[in-house]
Each structure stands twice: as C-alpha cells, then as structure tokens.
Design a binder for this molecule. Structure first.
Ligand code: F0G
Length: 456
C-alpha cells in the first residue's frame, strides 16, 4: 500500500500568523477563555469547525464567476437543483442560506408544543430549532455510541428498540417526523450503517412517521459504509449515496460540509404540501424559491461541490487523513472517541483530565490549553455546549465530555497535522497541571457561543 496523498495540488495560499505562548495567554484572557471569541487572525491552526471552511476547487471558483444572479429562474438554480436531485432523488429542492435555515423552516411547519422529534443525536442548532418551535428534541444513540472507548464500525446508529418504545409510549400522532443525522456529529462523527437507516425507515413506516436525514456529511457516511459494511465494497459511492437517500422522505443539508462551500444549504423533500408550506416560509424569511438565502454564484459552487465530493480518491484521502491524526495520538496514549470519526477527532475529556469534574468544564480546559500551547483552536462538546440546569440551578451534564478537533476539507497538509499531533502529545504529558473553569456570564440558549469563563 502506497502513502495516500492529497488528491489535489495547491494553486492559491493564505498565510497563517505565528504568535508566542505569552501573546496567546493575553488573547485567551481577552476572549474570556471562549474559542468563539478569539479573532481568527490570532489562530495558527483552526480546527474549530469543518463547516464553511473548505478550500474550494478551481472549478468551484470559476462557477462563482459564472453564477447567474437573476432574481427568478436563475440558470444556476437549475444546475443546483439538478445536482441535488441527482444524489437525493427528492422531488422538491429548496435552497437556504445554511443548514439551520432549512431546520428552522421545517420545524416551524411540523414542530410546536406537544410534538416530539427523535434523532440518533441532534446537532445543537437542530435541537434549538426543534425546541424553539415548542417541540421536544429527543436523542436515541446506541449504548455503544455513548462509550468513547468502544471500538465499533457504526457507532452513530439509531437505537431502534429505544425509538420503538418511545413511539409506543408517546403515540405516533405526536411525532411529525424522525431525523437521522449522518454522520452523527455530536456523537463523535461516527457513521450510521445502511442496515440501520433501512431498519429505522421500516420501523417508522409502520407508524406512518416520515424519516428526514440531517445529511451534512452524507458522502463521508457513504464512504464508511463502503469501507465497513458487508456488500458495499464494490459499489460506486454514488449508488450508496442514492440508496441512503432512498430510505428517507426528505433531508436538511448544510452545504458548508460535504458540498465543499463556504456558505449554503437546502431542504429537499417529496411531500407536495410540506414543500408548498416550506416555500411560502422561505419567501418570507430567506428569499425567492430559486435562490433562497443564496446568490446564484453560491448555487453554482454547491452544484460543483456535490460532484467533487463523490470522488473516491478524495474520500479515501479525507477519511485516511482524519484517521492518521487519531492513530498517532492514540499511540501516544491520548484518549479519544474510537474509532476516529469522518470529519473530526474527539478527545475524551473525562479520561484526559479525570481530576476536573464536569461542572468545572474539563473539555473547555483542554481547549484553552491547546490554544495556549500551540495556537490550535478546537471546541468543547460537553457540559458547556449541552449542559442544562435543574430547578435548583445544579448543572445537568450530557453523557460525554468531548473536545472536537474538526478538520477543514482540503485545507491543511500532513505537516500541519503532524504539528497538531506534537502539541496534543505535549499537552497530554502535562495534563495533571490543567485546571477547571467557571462560567461568569451566559446566554439562555446556545450558550457556548458567547459564554464568558474564568479560571478556577
Ligand atoms: N446538522 C449538523 C449535523 C451539523 O453539524 C450542523 C452544523 C448543522 C446541522 C447546521 O448547519 O451550520 O449550516 O446551519 N455544524 C457545524 C459544526 C456548525 O461545526 O459542526 P449550519
């Protein structure tokens, strides 16, 4: 086996700024120890997110010049619509400015008080959009999916027996639709198997509940199926992708991930009435039906990205480069969610800094130290992001305390990643020195974006 190389050459570059640990102490203090409040210019390697951070291809950039900016009936819309239909097969394609706008429209229509939306694991914006409508967002990860040290092929799967019991107890009429997030971002970037998608659909069909995919990382999920699920090794990725979408009635998509663009998303679905209602809302909140919240040029770039993402050389490199980071730090003893996910490595903060209790935000303390030591920006996915308070004001923590190192698509080379590995191993060797943090100010929803912290 030869080294798997980046399947592209670099045509345009962007300098990154070097700072000293002393400078970074000051930067952290000014940002209240919240990575979302650090200026991007002060970051050396930015692993905050894989969303909207992809490097676009020369063909995507030429699509940007070629975009048709007509208000109605733009040529770029038709190219976009064709590209989305090519992979999903859905009848209606509704462009939105990003994934959460598609979620907002969908749940405004189907959500509301007394309704429940099940999911393998809701992403934070999905959860907020469900709950903002008055409905309840409920997660059904598998037991394996909740165990960071368990090595399994499809730890993103839906817990089907638990979902069934929930539907029986709640009543199908209170469940307007069920979501399945591929790959399961909040659950460690882990894939969902084809068998699980098929069985989830079969269960829901019996109750007349539609299935919607949260499809941001559909191509990475499809390639995991090709690599790991019996019967798929010789199937072209496009066929696997089409099979995935064929089991669902619609999807929300953030094009900022697997469509390789900096902005965009869509809602795609089969139901005519739902589509009509969605388009009416779209016109009020996003824009006319043939551009949604986007410019014609954005639609061109998405259409092109949706073709490029299916390149198997790209997907081989993509999954391998994330696994490379994971394997090197596992070898150094660093506890992560295993096996490595498709778009990110998730450090297991509970095992990394067992001396810091959840209410002192162990993940956040690692995030802070990775930045201080190496200028690397990561994000906590644990009690900061998902923590809630009980009536007495006590923190209710989620099952896992993680730190996500998300890898932007086509942006960093192997030596950038080697540097990240060096910093991680250094911070891990000094883990006993890390201290917790307390929150001094926070917003009532999505608090992780703006919360202010201080060191304990
Ligand atoms: N669903 C999932 C699974 C996501 O990961 C995201 C975004 C969204 C929906 C919302 O899409 O940002 O276009 O509105 N995830 C980003 C991340 C922000 O960093 O994981 P959006």
């Amino acid at each position: 086996m030869k080294t798997i190389i980046e399947p592209f050459k670099i045509k345009s570059v962007e300098p990154i700024r070097f700072t000293t640990p002393m400078e970074r102490e000051d930067i952290l203090l000014k940002a209240w120890y919240n990575p979302f409040m650090i200026h991007a210019d002060d970051v050396l390697i930015d692993l905050l997110t894989d969303s909207g951070t992809s490097a676009m291809s020369a063909k995507q950039w030429s699509g940007i010049m070629d975009g048709d900016e007509a208000y109605a009936g733009s040529r770029s819309f038709f190219r976009f619509e064709k590209a989305v239909k090519n992979i999903t097969g859905y009848k209606h394609v509704i462009p939105t400015h990003q994934g959460r706008a598609a979620e907002k429209i969908l749940f405004t229509i189907v959500g509301g008080k007394g309704k429940f939306i099940p999911n393998n694991t809701h992403f934070d914006t999905t959860r907020e959009n469900v709950e903002f409508s008055g409905a309840d967002a409920v997660d059904f990860p598998t037991d394996e999916g909740k165990r960071p040290d368990f090595i399994g092929d499809f730890k993103g799967n839906m817990n089907i027996p638990a979902l069934k019991a929930f539907i029986e107890a709640t009543g199908a009429s209170n469940i307007p639709l069920c979501m399945l997030t591929i790959t399961n971002n909040s659950g460690g970037g882990q894939p969902v198997s084809m068998a699980n998608i098929r069985e989830t659909k079969k269960l829901l069909q019996g109750y007349g509940i539609p299935l919607f995919l949260d499809a941001c990382r559909f191509a990475e999920n499809a390639f995991f199926i090709k690599l790991r699920e019996p019967g798929y090794a010789d199937k072209p990725v496009i066929d696997i992708v089409r099979e995935i979408f064929s089991y669902a009635d619609g999807c929300t998509m953030s094009a900022k991930k697997d469509a390789l663009v900096n902005m965009g998303g869509f809602l795609a679905l089969n139901d005519d009435t739902l589509a009509r209602n969605a388009r009416n809302l779209l016109i009020v909140t996003e824009g006319f039906t043939t551009y949604g919240g986007l410019a014609g040029r954005d639609l061109e770039a998405i259409a092109q990205g949706l073709e490029e993402i299916l390149d198997e050389h790209y997907l081989t490199y993509r999954l391998r480069s994330v696994a490379y980071l994971g394997e090197k730090i596992i070898a150094g003893g660093v506890p992560i969610v295993e096996p490595p996910g498709g778009h990110a490595i998730y450090l297991d903060a509970k095992r990394f800094v067992p001396h810091i209790p959840p209410d002192q935000y162990p993940g956040q303390s690692i995030v802070v130290e990775l930045f201080r030591a190496g200028g690397i920006r990561s994000v906590e996915i644990g009690s900061v992001m998902f923590g809630k308070y009980d009536k007495s004001g006590k923190l209710i923590s989620p099952p896992m305390e993680l730190v996500r190192l998300a890898i932007p698509r086509r942006v960093y080379t192997q030596s950038h990643i080697d540097y990240v590995i060096e910093i991680l191993l250094d911070v891990y060797s000094r883990r006993k020195e890390l201290r917790g943090l307390r929150i001094v100010e926070e917003a009532p929803i999505l608090r992780h974006f703006t919360a202010k912290f201080e060191k304990i």
